[in-house]
Write a protein of this length. Structure first.
Length: 98
């Protein structure tokens, strides 16, 4: 049993589009990772890998003209609350922090 919270800060002309794309996809990348269900000790690596995969997805969407990302982007902070263990995992990229 868990909750996931995120704060995204788009910047640049199309930063809001980038942030929206990340909002829709990053949580899925995290929870669909098989390591996610294994527990807390794997969560930092799961988050790091999800951020890296998200960057690849953004680049691909831009190259396929599905998302305009020139001179735009977003920062992200994610908190995963494991209710059973009463633990938080915090991950962030760029200058966002929690």
């Amino acid at each position: 049993d868990f909750s996931m919270y995120g704060v995204l800060d788009g910047h640049g002309k199309d930063g809001h589009k980038i942030a929206s794309f990340v909002k829709e996809n990053l949580p899925k990348l995290i929870v669909q990772d098989p390591r996610f269900k294994r527990g807390h000790s794997d969560l930092p690596t799961v988050c790091t890998d999800a951020f890296e995969q998200m960057q690849r997805l953004l680049k691909a969407a831009h190259e396929e003209h599905k998302l305009e990302g020139n001179m735009s982007g977003c920062t992200a902070s994610v908190v995963i609350h494991d209710h059973a263990r009463h633990e938080l995992t915090v991950a962030h990229i760029a200058d966002s922090t929690v």
